[in-house]
Design a protein around this ligand. Structure first.
Ligand SMILES: Nc1ncnc2c1ncn2[C@@H]1O[C@H](COP(=O)(O)OP(=O)(O)OP(=O)(O)O)[C@@H](O)[C@H]1O
Length: 591
């Protein structure tokens, strides 16, 4: 556990944790001495020597005062250490999340991330509490037992025999409780994930009339969570009862031993009887903390599980970055993919032997059927993942030789599913360049045809756009994203064009915005609109993760190969959609 803490938190935390353990141990020693000093007080009282008992009260008062001072310092230190560990943990998680390959997010559900963060915030405090509890529950009884051993060794031996029995009993119930805790944690993560999925998939579920399906899965997850929580509460309560009962059983055993010994001692004299009673009282006191150790072990196990999950995340391989970026070389090509092979999973290639060259200042359209690898190609340029072999170069430099911030200084991304923050329209455009002046924001917005959106919004620039940009259409959200890219003003723009049919106004606005974006920049576009494809300087046609044809639209069309067939199919589909649209009002008209 300490090794795990050291690994996760590093040197600074190591010193603090050691200091806390030392303070807890010192505090526990003072507590043990204070209780041990009560032994002669009681002994002298039973011997009716009030003067001698009073004398022992003086060192007892001094030790108790010292105990309270150290305890106050330790409580303060404990809170401080827990807060520091939590802060450092979140800082490390944040740094890690930025450096993780995007594949990690694909394979990890939102519920697991929530559980990780929630468990992570609890774990440091749990560890600190448990370490303190263990020190406080082990050291004072040991000190007291040593004194009892000198006072009346048979009683001390009886306590020492009872301790492992009680410990074994406690451990026997701790296993099932730990299992129930783990089951509950899993059920909570699953229920959280279902709840998030249920809220995010509302449009799809409602559109398909399948609300009941989402609700059914959510109810099942919540039911499972309820059942595991009940089980966990039942086991924890049973464990507490067993803990209490076992400690009381220990009292009875020690008392029985005392009575047996006492039956002989009474023959000896009152002094021995006083010693025996004192030894029994403090021997029984030494048994009490055993129940607490078991609880502390449970807290430690729970915290260790949470820390284990955090460690797994922090140890997840990152995309390696150089200390400083390599210098750009003037090849005249903004983007080059050379013999690139890539797969999301070992042994399944999604791209193979891909060679693409995008000359600086030109527009290249990536075209191909669904699943042909267009998005993957663009994501490799943005270094969301690394190619399995071959190289991806930006301005002549392998992206692996560039630091992330330097790569992102050269590249702007315009995704198809644009995420807008639940903030004003202006703030959402400013994401592209947080320190931009109001004039710069408005100019970028105007070039991206966003001002027509502003005109129709009651609060104009300051109008909130809703969570995810819900008050805007898909085409409008993409125009906001183009405005962000124009504001960021990078030499290269990677754009995933909206694949759905846009209304004529949006299509024209986006075409105009793209025209502005392409002015003096290199554009790599996953193109879906025929006009974008035809206007591009260069077209790359992908199928099954391979470049099948490339050249200008005119050249490829003239070659009458796969691209020409693809183009004709798209054109047919488009004219079919237009015919459908034209016939819609007629369908609504009464006969
Ligand atoms: N994160 C991922 N994990 C595993 N496989 C993936 C992942 N993303 C894409 N794929 C797979 O990789 C292949 C290429 O997908 P990609 O999204 O690059 O194609 P695309 O041409 O952009 O498709 P579309 O036009 O439908 O967006 C597909 O078989 C897809 O199922």
């Amino acid at each position: 556990m300490i090794a795990l803490l050291d690994k996760i938190f590093g040197d600074a935390a190591r010193r603090r944790i050691r200091l806390l353990i030392a303070a807890s141990a010192g505090n526990a020693v003072l507590e043990g001495i204070a209780v041990a000093l009560c032994i002669p007080v009681l002994l002298e009282l039973l011997r009716r020597d009030i003067g001698a008992a009073g004398l022992w009260l003086i060192p007892l008062a001094v030790v108790v005062a010292g105990y309270w001072v150290v305890n106050a310092v330790m409580e303060h230190l404990g809170t401080h250490v827990a807060a520091t560990l939590r802060r450092e943990l979140f800082a490390r998680l944040a740094d890690k999340i930025i450096a993780l390959p995007l594949g990690w997010f694909d394979s990890t559900s939102a519920g697991s991330v929530t559980a990780l963060v929630t468990g992570g915030s609890q774990a440091p405090l749990g560890v600190v509490t448990a370490l303190k509890t263990i020190a406080e529950t082990v050291i004072p009884p040991v000190i007291v037992l040593v004194v009892v051993l000198f006072l009346d060794w048979p009683v001390a031996v009886a306590v020492l025999i009872v301790v492992p029995l009680l410990w074994a009993l406690q451990r026997a119930v701790a296993g099932p409780i730990a299992q129930a805790d783990a089951d509950e944690a899993g059920a909570v993560a699953d229920a959280n994930a279902r709840l998030i999925e249920f809220s995010q998939t509302q449009p799809v579920l409602r559109a398909s009339g399948r609300e009941d399906r989402g609700l059914g899965e959510l109810s099942a997850a919540l039911h499972h969570r309820h059942a595991t929580t009940n089980k966990q509460i039942l086991r924890a309560t049973a464990g507490l009862n067993v803990g209490e009962l076992s400690v009381q059983l220990g009292f009875v055993i020690v008392l029985a031993v005392t009575v047996v010994i006492g039956s002989g001692a009474w023959q000896v004299g009152a002094n021995d009887l006083a010693r025996l009673i004192t030894a029994a009282v403090f021997g029984i006191w030494a048994l009490r903390p055993i129940g607490k150790i078991s609880t502390a072990m449970l807290i430690i196990n729970g915290s260790a599980a949470a820390l284990g999950r955090i460690d797994a995340l922090l140890s997840h391989p990152e995309l390696a970055e150089p200390d400083s970026s390599a210098k750009a070389t003037s090849t005249g090509n903004a983007i080059e993919l050379r013999d690139v092979r890539f797969g999301y999973r070992e042994g399944i290639d999604v791209l193979s032997q891909v060679n693409i060259t995008v000359p600086a200042g030109s527009t290249t359209a990536l075209v191909g059927p669904s699943g042909s690898g267009k998005t993957t190609t663009v994501n490799l340029v943005a270094r969301f993942w690394d190619a399995s072999s071959g190289s991806v170069r930006v301005d002549g430099v392998d992206v692996r030789d560039l630091r992330g911030e330097d790569l992102m200084d050269r590249i702007a991304l315009v995704p198809q599913d644009v995420y807008l923050f639940d903030d004003t329209l202006e703030a959402n455009i400013r994401v592209g360049k947080p320190d931009a002046t109001g004039e710069e924001v408005r100019r970028a917005a105007s070039l991206a045809q966003v001002d027509s959106i502003v005109e129709r919004l009651p609060q104009g620039w300051q109008n909130p756009v809703g969570a995810g940009g819900s008050i805007l259409s898909g085409g409008e959200r993409q125009r906001v994203s183009i405005a962000r890219a124009l504001l960021k003003d990078t030499p290269i723009v990677l754009l995933d064009e909206a694949s759905s049919a846009l209304d004529a106004r949006n299509e024209a606005a986006i075409a105009a915005a793209l025209g502005e974006l392409g002015r003096g920049r290199t554009l790599l576009i996953i193109a879906h609109q025929l006009s974008t494809i035809a206007d591009a300087d260069h077209v790359v046609y992908l199928r099954g993760g391979q470049v099948v044809e490339s050249g200008s639209h005119t050249e490829l069309f003239a070659a009458d190969g796969e691209y020409a067939r693809f183009w004709r199919e798209q054109q047919r589909a488009r004219s079919w959609r237009l015919r459908e649209r034209a016939s819609e009002p007629a369908r609504g008209r009464p006969a």
